[in-house]
Design a protein around this ligand. Structure first.
Ligand SMILES: N[C@@H](CCC(=O)N[C@@H](CS)C(=O)NCC(=O)O)C(=O)O
Length: 346
C-alpha cells in the first residue's frame, strides 16, 4: 500500500515535471505574436538607436527612416494604420536578446543575416530588405582613396556587430596591421573618430552614409569604395511563429512586387481597377491571399497606400534624392540590374 502510494507520488511528480517542461518549451517558442500585437493595438518594433535615413527620432520623438517605414508597413497591413507602432531603440549588443525575450515583435534594424544569429538566438531573418557590405570612412584631409592604404591604422567600430570579424579577415588577407578601437555605443564610436582617436571608422556602407550626416560637415569625410564583406540586412522574428514570420516576410515581398508592377502610393486607386492578373492578386481584387496571412483582402493595398512600394521607401529615406544620397546599386529590382527579387503573390 505504502509502496503503491510512493509509486503514485513519484509518477505524479514526473508528470508535473513533464508538464512544466512542455510549458517551458512552449514558452521558449512564442506562437502568438499577431494575437498579442492586435490585443495591444500596436506593433512593438525594434530599431537602431539613431541612424539618419534608417531609424532616427527628431527632437519631438517622431521616428523616420527606411527601417522605421518597414515597421509602419507591417502596422499598415495589420491595422490599416501605419501609426500604430511603438519604436523600441536597441543597440547592437541587446537587439537579438531583447527580440528573443519578446521586448519587441520584430527587429527592423540594419541587422545582418548570419547563420549563428539564427541558431544561437532561435530567430529567423525574414527576407533581405537591403543588400549591404562593410566599408571604411576616413577624413577627406587624409587623401586616401583605397582601403589597401590603411596599413597600420587605428580603426574604430561598434562592438557586437559583424564588423569586427570582417575587419580582422580583411587586414589579415592583405598582410596589413591595424589597431582595433572597439566601442560599446555608436555615439562613442562617432566621438572617438571625431576626436581623432582613430584614423578610420568601419561599418556597413549604408551606415557610414548615415553616420556621416551626424557630423557638422559631412563633406569632410570620404567613404572608401572598397566593400569587404556581404551584409544582407533583414528584419528578424522569433522561430516557430510561422504565422507571424509570414506576415513580416510578405510585407517585404508585397512592397517589392508593387514596385515591379509599377504600383505606388500615388496610383494605388487606379491599380484597384486594373484587370492585369498579377496586379489583381496583389491588390486583392482576385483571390483570397490576405486570408492566408490572417489579414484582410486589401492587406497589400494598405501597405502601398500608407507607406509606398519598396522603391518609394528607398528613395524617400536613403536614395539619391535624400540627404544620404545612396545610389540604388544592387538594391535595384532584378529586372533593373539589381538583385532584389520577390517571390510572386499567386
Ligand atoms: N549589420 C551589422 C552592423 C549593425 C550595427 O549595429 N551597426 C552599428 C554601427 S553603424 C549601428 O547600427 N549602431 C547603432 C546602434 O547601436 O543603435 C550587424 O548586423 O552586426
Amino acid at each position: 500500500m505504502r509502496k503503491n502510494y510512493r509509486t503514485g507520488l513519484l509518477m505524479g511528480c514526473a508528470l508535473a515535471v513533464t508538464v512544466a517542461a512542455v510549458a517551458i518549451a512552449y514558452e521558449r517558442f512564442d506562437t502568438k505574436t499577431l494575437k498579442r500585437t492586435i490585443n495591444r493595438d500596436a506593433l512593438l518594433c525594434g530599431v537602431s538607436t539613431g541612424l539618419p535615413g534608417f531609424s532616427n527620432a527628431d527632437d519631438k520623438g517622431n521616428w523616420s527612416g527606411f527601417d522605421v517605414d518597414f515597421c509602419r508597413a507591417i502596422a499598415a497591413a495589420i491595422f490599416d494604420d501605419p501609426k500604430k507602432v511603438q519604436f523600441v531603440p536597441l543597440d547592437s549588443k541587446e537587439r537579438f536578446l531583447e527580440l528573443q525575450r519578446r521586448k519587441v515583435d520584430v527587429l527592423a534594424r540594419n541587422s545582418t543575416w548570419t547563420m549563428s544569429r539564427e541558431t544561437d538566438y532561435a530567430l529567423h531573418f525574414a527576407g533581405v530588405s537591403y543588400y549591404d557590405g562593410q566599408a571604411f570612412m576616413v577624413p577627406r584631409s587624409r587623401k586616401i582613396d583605397s582601403a589597401l592604404e590603411l596599413d597600420g591604422s587605428k580603426v574604430c567600430f561598434q562592438q557586437e556587430t559583424t564588423t569586427e570579424l570582417n575587419l580582422g579577415d580583411f587586414f589579415r588577407a592583405n598582410g596589413m596591421k591595424y589597431d582595433p578601437v572597439r566601442l560599446p555605443r555608436i555615439d562613442d564610436v562617432l566621438k572617438a573618430y571625431d576626436a581623432g582617436q582613430c584614423d578610420t571608422l568601419t561599418a556597413d556602407m549604408s551606415q557610414l552614409y548615415a553616420l556621416r550626416q551626424r557630423f557638422g560637415k559631412p563633406g569632410d569625410h570620404t567613404i572608401l569604395p572598397d566593400v569587404i564583406s556581404k551584409e544582407p540586412l533583414a528584419p528578424v522574428v522569433r522561430q516557430k511563429d510561422d504565422d507571424w514570420m509570414l506576415i513580416v516576410k510578405w510585407t517585404l515581398f508585397a512592397m517589392l512586387n508593387a514596385e515591379e508592377l509599377g504600383i505606388t502610393s500615388r496610383n494605388i486607386d487606379q491599380a484597384l481597377a486594373s484587370k492585369k492578373p498579377d496586379v489583381m492578386r496583389l491588390v486583392g481584387t482576385e483571390g483570397e491571399y490576405g486570408a492566408g496571412l490572417g489579414l484582410t483582402r486589401d492587406w497589400a493595398v494598405r501597405i502601398i497606400r500608407h507607406v509606398g512600394n519598396y522603391g518609394e521607401v528607398y528613395e524617400r529615406n536613403v536614395g539619391t534624392e535624400s540627404k544620404l544620397g545612396i545610389p540604388r546599386g544592387i538594391n535595384n529590382l532584378w529586372d533593373k540590374g539589381g538583385i532584389q527579387y520577390a517571390p510572386p503573390i499567386r
